[in-house]
Design a protein around this ligand. Structure first.
Ligand SMILES: NC(=O)c1ccc[n+]([C@@H]2O[C@H](COP(=O)([O-])OP(=O)(O)OC[C@H]3O[C@@H](n4cnc5c(N)ncnc54)[C@H](O)[C@@H]3O)[C@@H](O)[C@H]2O)c1
Length: 271
């Protein structure tokens, strides 16, 4: 891994499922916990050496990077307290779903950099996917700093067009949930056919893990790999025929992503 450009100070607003995974990975990768402050209403400890506060400080240290990690609907309340603390030397990274950059800029006019990030849960083990977006007003150094900070979390993809952000969120941000469902359904289908539940669960998980790792390393596409499993006239082809009939699986996933994307657009309209 190339050298990571750690922020002088990192201020996390909210540290639940998602921001907690990001922080855990950063600490694993060498971020000094003394550089981190977490604001969380519960005041519960986060990790050794990380300062946890339940209210806003009177000022932020110079060159602070703020990670907005609370729920999207809390933005107005958070901004009322946080915006007065943010100066030109503050960078803000927002992981709030369905919250466009223009809306963030209206809440936070001063910071030199405002960046939207859409991570997913496997960032905690360095195997996540994070989409990043910002606009031309943000200096290139701030983009590079964001790329460096996000790199230890897994794949980083800059998005050229913010209009795609909800679609990206549906695919990779929400994606782990759809795959967890798939693993569960594969196991339950095995159980429905008569396998012991615990054995079906273990085998479904290991099959998905092995297949995903193989697909990640293979030069063949996942489509071609599926054909390599299906012996002519054999069992797999009969199973694939069920998934492929009238593009059943493709349609199901298109509907799934569309519903998630539409909710992001609704959230943006609700502000
Ligand atoms: N969960 C995911 O997979 C995922 C993926 C990408 C983006 N996100 C985004 O991450 C954000 C958090 O989602 P989550 O799933 O981690 O939710 P969560 O409920 O687990 O975490 C929210 C955190 O915000 C804190 N909080 C509540 N009120 C607050 C306040 N007034 N000020 C500061 N902090 C406050 C809570 O204590 C909690 O730690 C959301 O904006 C969501 O869109 C989540």
């Amino acid at each position: 891994m190339t050298d990571i450009f750690w922020p002088d100070h990192l201020f996390l607003v909210g540290c639940g499922n998602m921001a907690g995974q990001m922080l855990a990975r950063w600490l694993d990768c060498g971020l000094d916990p003394a550089r981190v402050t977490v604001l969380r209403p519960s005041g519960k400890p986060v990790a050794d050496g990380v300062r946890v506060v339940t209210g806003y400080p009177v000022a932020l240290p110079a060159d602070t990077t703020v990670l907005l990690g609370m729920k999207p609907y809390q933005i107005a309340d958070v901004a009322a307290s946080l915006a007065p603390l943010c100066g030109e030397d503050t960078d803000i990274v927002s992981i709030l779903a369905g919250t466009p950059l223009a809306g963030l800029r209206a809440y936070f006019p001063a910071p030199r950099a405002l960046i939207r990030a859409m991570p997913n849960l496997p960032v905690g083990i360095g195997q996540g996917v994070t989409a990043l977006y910002t606009d031309a007003a943000v200096p290139v150094q701030a983009r590079e700093a964001a790329t460096s900070l996000i790199s230890p979390l897994g794949l980083v993809e800059w998005i050229a067009d913010e209009a795609r952000f909800n679609e990206i969120t549906a695919l990779s941000g929400c994606g782990p949930a759809f795959l967890f469902r798939f693993i569960d359904a594969l196991a339950r289908a095995g159980e429905a056919l008569g396998l012991p539940a615990d054995q079906a669960a273990r085998m479904a998980l290991a099959t998905v893990e092995g297949a995903a790792s193989m697909a990640a390393r293979a030069s063949d596409s996942p489509g071609a790999l599926a054909d390599r499993v299906a012996s002519p006239g054999g069992m797999t082809r009969q199973g694939l025929n069920v998934l492929d009939a009238d593009d059943r699986l493709l349609k199901l996933l298109t509907d799934t992503l569309s519903a998630a994307r539409d909710r992001g657009e609704e959230m943006a309209r609700e502000g």
